[in-house]
Design a binder for this molecule. Structure first.
Ligand code: ARG
Length: 408
């Protein structure tokens, strides 16, 4: 068996089978002491129970950290300002949580003078990449241990190991899917979902109604932004966590935010994922609409490129890469005028924009109208088009002359 490589390990603990087995396995093979940390990102678990369970298995310390506010304000809302969506439509709920969890683990490792951090990821997914890269960036001296990447146990073998060591195995029937949940969204994979030809069964979903069971009447929702940050819903001010919870409810009720996706994992695998992100999808739609209202064309088209890069960096686990700070500087500056209100109409899974308003709107009805009150100078269009197409016109003249010369 491998010799112990650490004295004290901080373990990201979820209370599930794998990380419970990991506590014992780490003590057996890797270290002398395990500090468990369970982090609340709005996944709705009973974290006190989980905290106690870690101690019964053998952890020397067990901590619960409520990180919901930091998650929404410092991670999700930054992502929103960047219209972050991986490969067009995944709002990155799971990916955004990982650097924050890593940061908390590193802080706790310092507090307890631990020399290693452990997480429950396997060797096939993106999350191992995100944890390892984040820990590496925050403290390159910490060792990283991923028991499930090393031990090579099947689920049955893990259960056997748990029985042998008196680790309580969750008694509730295990979901056929692998679920990751937080305030920004829910990710599901495994089971029947691995067959990309099969429509996901209804029992995959946990945050949204189906379009069929959503209300037959459309619902309108008005979202107010200040400098790119959502601050009110239907005119009522909300704190960040409550705002996201309220929009998850409203959008989820109207079947908004279901995403069935084939995506490219960092490790090269194409995988099929079912996401739900009611609030994130709604906010994303409204935020983008507001940007189109207040930004110049140059600004918007440049920012679109940057947004895509930003999303990719989140997905790949490069949250703590120095480039992100530089991009944030640009993005924050770009949000100075992203203030206003967008009203959306929700109906059985569809979102349409009903109205937009901003003190910084660049939409000028006087310039746009085809009716009375037109302020646009039609004459200047003629000269503009002449110059705009000058080279193309010259090209046409030259090509025609060339064709005539060939015929002769
Ligand atoms: N593929 C997604 C991502 O990499 C979600 C992974 C979620 N994990 C899960 N156990 N369902 O961000």
């Amino acid at each position: 068996m491998s010799k112990k490589i650490a004295d004290k390990v901080v373990l990201a603990y979820s209370g599930g089978l794998d990380t419970s087995v990991a506590v014992k396995w780490l003590l057996e093979h890797k270290c002398n002491e395990v500090v468990c940390v369970a982090i609340d990102l709005g996944q709705g678990q009973e974290l006190e129970e989980i905290q106690a369970k870690a101690l019964t298995i053998g952890a020397s310390e067990s901590r619960v950290i409520d990180a919901k506010q930091e998650f929404i304000e410092e991670f999700c809302f930054r992502a929103l300002k960047a219209n972050a969506n991986y490969q067009e439509n995944y709002p990155l709920a799971t990916a955004l949580a990982r650097p924050l969890i890593a940061k908390i683990l590193v802080d706790i490792a310092h507090e307890y003078k631990a020399d290693a951090i452990a997480h429950g990821c396997t060797g096939k997914g993106n999350d191992q990449v995100r944890f390892d890269l984040s820990i590496m960036a925050l403290d390159p001296n910490l060792k990283i241990i991923a028991p499930a990447r090393e031990w090579g146990m099947t689920r049955e073998e893990s259960i056997e190991y748990a029985d042998k060591h008196g680790i309580p195995v969750p008694t509730s029937k295990k979901s056929p899917y692998s679920i990751d949940l937080n305030l920004w969204g829910r990710s599901a994979e495994c089971g029947i979902l691995e067959d990309a030809t099969v429509e996901p069964p209804e029992d995959v979903y946990g945050m949204t109604k189906s379009p069929e069971s959503a209300p037959d009447k459309a619902e309108y929702v008005r979202i107010s932004f200040e400098k790119g940050i959502p601050v009110a819903v239907n005119g009522k001010p909300y704190a960040p966590i409550e705002l996201v919870e309220e929009l998850n409810r409203i959008a989820g009720d109207n079947a908004i935010g279901r995403i069935d996706k084939i995506e490219d994992r960092v490790v090269g695998i194409k995988s099929r994922e079912i996401y739900e992100a009611p609030a994130a999808v709604l906010l994303g739609k409204a935020h983008k609409e507001l940007e189109y209202l207040v930004m110049t064309k140059n600004m918007k088209s440049f920012k679109n490129l940057l947004d895509e890069k930003y999303s990719e960096m989140i997905y790949q686990g490069f949250w703590f890469e120095p480039l992100r700070d530089c991009m944030d500087a640009f993005i924050n500056q770009s949000q100075e005028h992203v203030t206003g209100e967008i009203e959306l109409k929700l109906y059985k899974g569809s979102i349409t924009v009903a109205s937009r308003k901003s003190p910084f709107s660049l939409y000028d009805k006087g310039l746009a109208t085809y009716d009375k009150g037109d302020m646009f100078n039609h004459q200047s269009a003629v000269g503009f088009i002449e110059l705009f197409g000058m080279q193309m016109k010259t090209h046409a003249v030259v090509s025609k002359a060339e064709k005539l010369a060939v015929k002769k």
